[in-house]
Design a protein around this ligand. Structure first.
Ligand code: AMP
Ligand code: ZN
Length: 483
């Protein structure tokens, strides 16, 4: 079995062969922490977190770095707007980000470096780029000279004019070439800053990833990943910085890019305002269903986010957990009737699921394989149940059923799904957290009614009714009770 990945650098699906088969390395561009992240931001972390887990399984170890961008003009603006120190913003939202990732079942990376924790390495790398003629200082800034790197544009394969348009660079007078990008810029007043050979200032965005990848993973790394929106200019610039700082050594051998999550037809993005924050979504929906929804499309394809997608993911998980629960009950009944309880299987990973993941992380195919194992389990259970009416269920049938549910669990584990107790999945109508979720759905319904989206309002009422939650419109607002 061998993993094949689509490499954006070569535009081909390639066999993945790490430099050190005992420990592949992977770097994923992390979030800029100035607000709650949206569900689109979660896509790379869910998908590439799944890849990290797969590599760990296959190779025994992996070194996975996912950074935190904690110095950025958007952070400065948020701190100024709220009248708080910058660290208040970054501390708050890095904690929120980690919490959001944990509830979505995203494994923590092996290293989570911060830009502010690597200013020394950034300064050294910039110094090296100046010494080798790839960067120059001008008016308190340091700029990377794109003309100095022949390979510039090899990842995004744009011609220089397009690159300029894509980068939306302001043509500052101190730039030798309009495409040159900032490595270091001056800081004044309340802005965060550090002393450097080029004056008091702060790093530009791109250099941090080059410096942190080098510090934690070495000069040449196996996999570099992030959203396709980062391909240009961010990743193109990372390549330029790293390869020039390392005497031309390749920076990343496999470049992976996830497609964009869209919402109401456009890329979900803070600047457009068409976002759904994970922080809010997990209060209204089971987080596992959000994860399922993110894995329901191939990672390189666009994925349109919608209420229907969430609802159908909830229903699919209801069916899968229902199969696990019913099979367990059936097994228990078999035991009561004197059949031996089959030893819990040593979770054999279903071959179809491994093959699907090997095929450039084809999660829709893996989910279809999971559904087909579940369907086999349901059919078998029904057959055994019918047989049980007239005679005792067959021991071998019970064993086969136990084997199928063990496969569902093992396949689910590879996808970060189906690891709860079925009872816990179905009991989501009884915990305190669930009260908050119901309240959030009620508020969403009120907002939908206000926006005259009655179809959505009715869908929410029906969904709650199906869970046994009845809504009552009163003069004081909406009351609810469990039936
Ligand atoms: P940012 O904090 O904007 O740099 O985004 C963090 C990560 O989320 C990057 O890997 C982006 O490529 C990714 N990302 C941002 N918006 C979307 C989206 N709508 N769909 C999928 N990935 C996204
Ligand atoms: Zn980056």
């Amino acid at each position: 079995m061998s993993l094949r990945l689509y490499n954006s650098l070569t535009r081909r699906v390639e066999d993945f062969q790490p430099l050190d088969p005992g420990r592949p390395t992977m770097y994923v561009c992390g979030p800029t922490v100035y607000n709650y992240v949206h569900i689109g931001n979660a896509r790379p972390y869910v998908v590439f977190g799944l890849l990290a887990a797969l590599l760990r399984r296959r190779h025994g170890a992996v070194r996975y770095a996912r950074n935190v961008t904690d110095v950025d003009d958007k952070i400065n603006a948020a701190a100024a707007a709220q009248g708080v120190p910058i660290s208040t913003i970054t501390d708050r939202y890095v904690a929120a980000f980690r919490e959001d990732m944990a509830v979505l079942g995203v494994p923590a990376p092996d290293v989570e470096p911060t830009a502010t924790g690597h200013i020394a390495q950034i300064v050294v790398m910039i110094g090296r780029l100046i010494d080798t003629g790839h960067a120059y200082a001008a008016e308190g800034h340091v700029l990377f000279s794109v003309a100095s790197f022949e390979g510039y544009g090899k990842l995004s394969r744009r011609d220089p004019d397009d690159m300029l348009a894509g980068a939306r660079v302001e043509v500052a007078p101190y730039k030798r070439d309009p495409g040159d990008f900032v490595l270091w810029k001056p800081s004044t007043g309340d802005l965060p800053g550090w002393d450097s050979p080029w004056g008091y200032g702060r790093p530009g965005w791109h250099i941090e990833c080059s410096a942190m990848a080098e510090a934690h993973l070495g000069e040449t790394i196996d996999i570099h990943a992030g959203g396709v929106d980062l391909q240009f200019p961010h990743h193109e610039n990372e390549i330029a910085q790293s390869e020039c700082a390392h005497g031309g050594k390749p920076f990343a051998r496999y470049w992976l890019h996830n497609g964009m999550l869209t919402f109401a037809g456009a890329k979900m993005s803070k600047s457009l305002g068409n976002i759904e924050k994970i922080h809010d979504l997990v209060r209204a929906h089971p987080p596992e269903a959000l994860r399922y929804a993110l894995l329901s499309a191939h990672y390189r394809q666009p994925l349109e986010w919608s209420d229907d997608l969430i609802e159908s993911s909830v229903r699919t998980l209801d069916r899968l957990y229902g199969t696990l629960r019913d099979s367990d009950v059936f097994r228990a009944l078999g035991v009561l009737r004197g059949h031996g309880d089959p030893e819990p299987q040593d979770a054999a990973m279903p071959g179809e699921i491994e093959e699907a993941l090997d095929d450039d992380l084809n999660t829709p195919k893996a989910l279809a394989a999971l559904a087909s194992i579940a369907s086999r389990a349901r059919q078998l259970r029904n057959r055994l149940a019918n047989a049980a009416d007239s005679a005792q269920p067959l021991q071998s049938g019970i064993e086969e059923l136990a084997n199928l549910t063990a496969q569902m669990r093992a396949g689910g584990a590879a996808l970060g799904l189906l690891q709860q107790d079925p009872g816990a999945w179905f009991a989501r109508g009884t915990s305190e957290d669930d009260d908050a979720r119901i309240q959030a759905l009620i508020e969403e319904r009120v907002a939908a009614k206000r926006a005259r989206d009655f179809a959505r309002a009715d869908a929410i009422r029906d969904r709650l009714a199906a869970e046994g939650v009845l809504l009552e419109d009163t003069a004081q607002g909406v009351r609810w009770k469990r039936t």
